[in-house]
Design a protein around this ligand. Structure first.
Ligand SMILES: Nc1ncnc2c1ncn2[C@@H]1O[C@H](COP(=O)(O)OP(=O)(O)OP(=O)(O)O)[C@@H](O)[C@H]1O
Ligand SMILES: O=c1[nH]c(=O)c2[nH+]cn([C@@H]3O[C@H](COP(=O)(O)O)[C@@H](O)[C@H]3O)c2[nH]1
Ligand SMILES: NC(=O)CC[C@H](N)C(=O)O
Ligand SMILES: [Mg+2]
Length: 523
């Protein structure tokens, strides 16, 4: 089975929600890739899409020099779906007209299906007076299509908009002014299904089972009988890579787990038990606590700490790699958002808020070839693959844990006593979250060690000791986040347990900052 034979190309005009288009299409069992709208004609031809989707975007087609779909898109002979800006540029390029709206339209709208179209066939939220389909959708636009191109007819309208959707069924061109990729458009997924399955004729081969089979086959082909090294953190991505490679190449895989002294309580033992003992994976535990703490001693600046930790990871990793003979491949847990974001980062002028360390960045001078079996997958697909490969649920659905670990959760200077205190407080917080059923309702939760002392009183004695902050956030993509509205009772239990059970903590506070303006980690 070739899971890549039926695939959709998404050309990105810069909408905030373009990634969601890809997620929806993948959820329907169809492989797709996201590329910038100015992808070269040769690359578009070579891609071999069964259909093309043009995303929304922030610009106006009425501005000189605004983006257009490459002409080749209209010559491929495959269906095309335009979303918002994608609809507007489709109209412009094929001979219709776009006009500036007098008001911008954001949020809910009701679309009335007009005539019959393959796109809306069989989908509606309810029926209108004449039995026509009505759809609840989400809009976000200023411009609108004011004249249809030759060959098109209108297939949907709203109270304010004559052409909320248009189609040229003969050529297989469809377009909607609203955003079917957001969940507020309740029939959005069905609408994408109409496009990718009914109109483009794609099958549904992109499933966790087939993804696993395919990834295993590809790894075997790439690696042959050579040896592979993997940095295993116990986090979701590297754990799924470990399970996959173990299945694909068994003994040819060696993992290096670096205990940098900045891990969660019992993390090292848990990783060894899970992978080395239960699964029979070869794991080397590199005990580097002393080295990390020594290099971090006296350093308080967050960026300086991140750089030291990143560099030390590389040193430890390289030392382990040279001990193993003839390793030719280095495996990494690079996932699809990393690929998309680093492509964006190359062209963008974004500020560096913090240098996200990635042991991933290390191999340039190690002369090893990369094995990146998760490169095409979104996080939810990585998790589904992990379950498919037999990893336990609690491992697959754990909160992410940053490479620098407690190093960026102990504010200022890092020390072993601070790390020990923080580990214990963090453990209590996570344990209580799980007990209360809140772990799965938060995306990331942890404790932070604040090196400010405050006065407390216990058993009639005075305490003058550091503060622990608790942080729990809810987010989809970790780019923005809300603080979690944890129940007071839960916070109360955590606070009391931490002050009572962890020596050296005078009080506990809860972080109620969103991202932005704060970031998720404190450093
Ligand atoms: N303690 C560690 N020992 C060995 N490798 C590590 C360690 N910490 C991080 N790495 C490497 O750095 C990579 C990036 O870390 P990152 O935290 O982004 O991913 P992850 O730990 O696999 O997953 P998650 O995002 O769920 O934490 C990991 O995939 C792993 O290869
Ligand atoms: O592997 C990592 N190496 C890092 O250096 C790093 N810094 C932050 N994070 C994680 O990234 C997400 C967003 O965090 P921030 O809002 O703090 O930037 C959150 O999930 C953070 O835990 C890191 N992960
Ligand atoms: N969301 C969009 O794609 C918006 C398209 C265009 N920028 C407009 O305002 O009409
Ligand atoms: Mg991690």
């Amino acid at each position: 089975m070739n899971i890549h034979s039926d695939k959709i190309l998404i050309l990105d005009f810069g909408s905030q929600v373009t990634q969601l288009i890809a997620r929806r299409v993948r959820e329907l069992g169809v492989y797709c890739e996201l590329h910038p709208y100015d992808m070269s004609e040769d690359a578009i031809r070579a891609f071999g899409a069964k259909g093309v989707i043009l995303s929304g975007g922030p610009e106006s087609t009425l501005e000189a020099g605004s983006p257009r779909a490459p002409e080749i898109v209209w010559q491929l002979g495959v269906p095309v779906l335009g979303i918002c800006y994608g609809m507007q540029t489709m109209a412009m390029q094929l001979g219709g007209q776009v006009s500036p709206g007098s008001v911008k339209e954001f949020g809910y709208a009701e679309v009335r299906a007009r005539g019959h179209s393959k796109l809306f066939d069989g989908i509606q939220d309810r029926a209108g007076e004449a039995g026509e389909g009505l759809l609840d959708v989400w809009m976000s636009h200023g411009d609108y299509v004011s004249r249809l191109p030759e060959g098109f007819s209108r297939i949907g309208s709203t109270h304010d908009l004559d052409y909320a959707a248009m189609a040229d069924e003969t050529r297989g061109y469809y377009a909607v002014q609203f955003h079917p990729e957001v969940t507020h458009t309740t029939q959005g997924k069905e609408l994408y299904s109409r496009f990718v399955h009914a109109i483009c004729g794609c099958g549904s081969a992109w499933t966790p089972h087939n993804i696993a089979d395919d990834a295993i086959a590809r790894v075997r082909q790439q690696v042959g009988d050579k040896k592979v090294l993997l940095g295993l953190s116990g986090g979701v991505d590297s754990s799924v890579v470990a399970a996959l490679l173990h299945k694909a190449i068994g003994d040819q895989l060696t993992c290096v787990f670096v205990d940098n002294g900045l891990l969660r309580l019992h993390e090292g033992d848990a990783v060894m038990q899970m992978f080395a003992q239960n699964m029979g994976v070869k794991v080397i535990r590199a005990d580097a606590e002393a080295l990390f703490l020594e290099r971090l001693a006296g350093v308080a600046d967050p960026e300086a700490k991140r750089k030291i930790i990143g560099k030390t990871f590389i040193d430890v990793f390289e030392a382990e790699a040279t001990k193993l003979k003839d390793v030719e491949f280095l495996a990494q847990g690079t996932i699809y958002p990393d690929v998309i974001e680093s492509a964006g980062a190359k062209t963008g002028k974004a500020h560096v808020i913090k240098s996200h360390h990635n042991v991933g960045g290390l191999p340039a001078h190690m002369r090893m070839q990369l094995v990146e079996p998760l490169r095409e997958l979104f996080k939810d697909e990585v998790r589904a693959l992990g379950l498919e490969l037999g990893l336990p649920r609690e491992m697959v659905f754990r909160h992410p844990f940053p490479g620098p670990g407690l190093g960026v959760r102990i504010l200022g200077e890092v020390s072993k006593p601070a790390a020990d205190t923080l580990r214990r407080a963090d453990h209590i917080f996570i344990e209580e979250l799980r007990k209360a059923g809140w772990y799965d309702q938060t995306s990331q939760a942890f404790a932070v060690f604040l090196p400010v002392k405050s006065v407390g009183v216990t058993g009639d004695g005075r305490r003058y000791e550091p503060v622990i902050a608790l942080r729990a956030v809810q987010t989809i993509d970790f780019m923005t986040a809300h603080w979690a509205h944890l129940p007071y009772e839960l916070l109360d239990v955590c606070s009391r347990r931490i002050v009572n059970e962890v020596p050296g903590v005078s009080r506990v506070v809860y972080d109620i900052s969103g991202k932005p303006p704060a970031t998720i980690e404190w450093e």
